[in-house]
Write a protein that binds this ligand. Structure first.
Ligand SMILES: NC(=O)C1=CN([C@@H]2O[C@H](COP(=O)(O)OP(=O)(O)OC[C@H]3O[C@@H](n4cnc5c(N)ncnc54)[C@H](O)[C@@H]3O)[C@@H](O)[C@H]2O)C=CC1
Ligand SMILES: C[C@H](O)[C@@H]1OC(=O)[C@H](O)[C@@H]1O
Length: 254
C-alpha cells in the first residue's frame, strides 16, 4: 500500500502580492507568505511606510520588495499589476471601516467604504486573475473579508454590506475561473487587535463584549491569520475555492 502524500504548505517559487501590507493583518500575511518561501511584493499607498519592513524581511532571509498601490484607484491598480505581475498569489488586506448607526450613514461614508472594500477589491482581484489567465498559470487569490460578511453588526451596516459583497464576487469569480486553475477564497477574521480596531478595544465595555462573543474567550491577534493565509495560498488547499475561511474564534457559531 502506498501512503497518501501530505500536500506541501511551502510556497517556494511563487510570487505573492500583498495589498495593505504596511500594517495589521496585511503585514502579518506578508511575513507568513515570505516565511513559507514566496517572493513577496508588499503594496501600500506610501512605499516609505514599507521600507523598514522590507529590510527586516530580507534580513530574516525572505524575498521582499515594495510597490506603491492605492487599491481604490482602479486604473492605477490595473497598471501596477500588469507591469509587475503575473502574481501566483494575491492577498488583499486593504480595507477600511466607517462605523455609524444605520440611520446616520452618509452617502460619503458609504462611497468611501464601497470604493475600497468592494470596488477596489473587485478590480484588484480581476487584475491579478487576468495576469494569470494571460500567462496560462494557476493561482490562489485571497481577500481579507470579515466575520461581518456572515452576520450583521451594530453600527456596521455599511461595513457588513461591503464584506458581504466581497463574498458574492469571490464565489462568482471562483465559478468562472476554476477550470483555469485559479482559486479564489476569503479569510473572515473576528475582531483582531490592529490599528483599525484599537479604538474599540480601548473601550473596556466593548472589549468585554468582544471577549464574550468570541467563544475562545480572547481577542484575535494578527498571528491567528498567518496559518490560514499560508493554507489558502498553498497546495494544502488545492480543492478549496469559492468559500470563506472563518477565523472567528466561534463568533458565528452561535
Ligand atoms: N482588525 C479586525 O478586527 C478585522 C479586520 N478585517 C479586515 O482586515 C483588513 C485589514 O485590516 P487591519 O489589518 O485590521 O487594519 P489596518 O488599518 O492595519 O489595515 C488596513 C490597511 O489597508 C491600507 N489601506 C487603506 N486604504 C488603502 C488604499 N486605498 N489602498 C491601499 N491600501 C489601503 C491601510 O494603509 C492599512 O495598511 C481590512 O480589510 C479589514 O476590513 C476583517 C476582520 C476583522
Ligand atoms: C473594523 C471592525 O470594527 C471590525 O472589523 C471586523 O471585521 C470585525 O468583525 C469588526 O467589526
Amino acid at each position: 500500500m502506498t501512503l497518501p502524500k501530505t500536500p506541501s504548505f511551502r510556497l517556494d517559487g511563487k510570487r505573492a502580492l500583498v495589498a495593505g501590507a504596511s500594517s495589521g493583518i496585511g503585514l502579518a500575511c506578508a511575513v507568513a507568505l515570505g516565511e513559507a518561501g514566496a517572493e513577496v511584493t508588499l503594496a501600500a499607498r506610501r512605499v516609505d511606510s514599507l521600507n523598514a519592513l522590507v529590510d527586516k524581511m530580507k534580513a530574516a532571509g525572505m524575498s521582499a520588495s515594495a510597490l506603491p498601490l492605492d487599491v481604490s484607484n482602479v486604473a492605477a491598480t490595473q497598471a501596477a499589476v500588469a507591469s509587475n505581475g503575473p502574481f501566483d498569489i494575491l492577498v488583499n488586506s486593504a480595507g477600511l471601516a466607517r462605523h455609524s448607526p444605520a440611520a446616520d450613514t452618509t452617502e460619503a461614508d458609504f462611497d468611501v467604504a464601497a470604493d475600497l472594500n468592494v470596488k477596489g477589491a473587485y478590480f484588484l482581484t480581476q487584475a491579478v486573475a487576468k495576469g494569470l489567465l494571460a500567462a496560462g498559470k494557476p493561482g490562489s487569490l485571497i481577500n481579507i473579508s470579515s466575520q461581518m460578511a456572515h452576520v450583521g453588526g451594530i453600527d456596521r451596516a455599511v461595513y457588513c454590506a461591503t464584506k458581504h459583497a466581497v463574498e458574492g464576487f469571490t464565489k462568482s469569480m471562483a465559478i468562472e475561473w476554476g477550470k483555469a486553475g485559479i482559486r479564489i477564497n476569503t479569510i473572515c477574521p473576528t475582531f483582531i487587535l490592529t490599528d483599525l480596531t484599537r479604538p474599540t478595544f480601548e473601550d473596556p465595555e466593548k472589549r468585554a463584549w468582544i471577549e464574550d462573543k468570541i467563544k475562545l474567550g480572547r481577542a484575535g491577534e494578527v498571528e491567528d491569520i498567518m496559518g490560514a493565509v499560508v493554507f489558502l495560498a498553498s497546495q494544502a488547499s488545492a480543492m478549496v475555492t469559492g468559500t470563506s475561511l472563518l477565523v472567528d474564534g466561534g463568533w458565528t457559531a452561535e
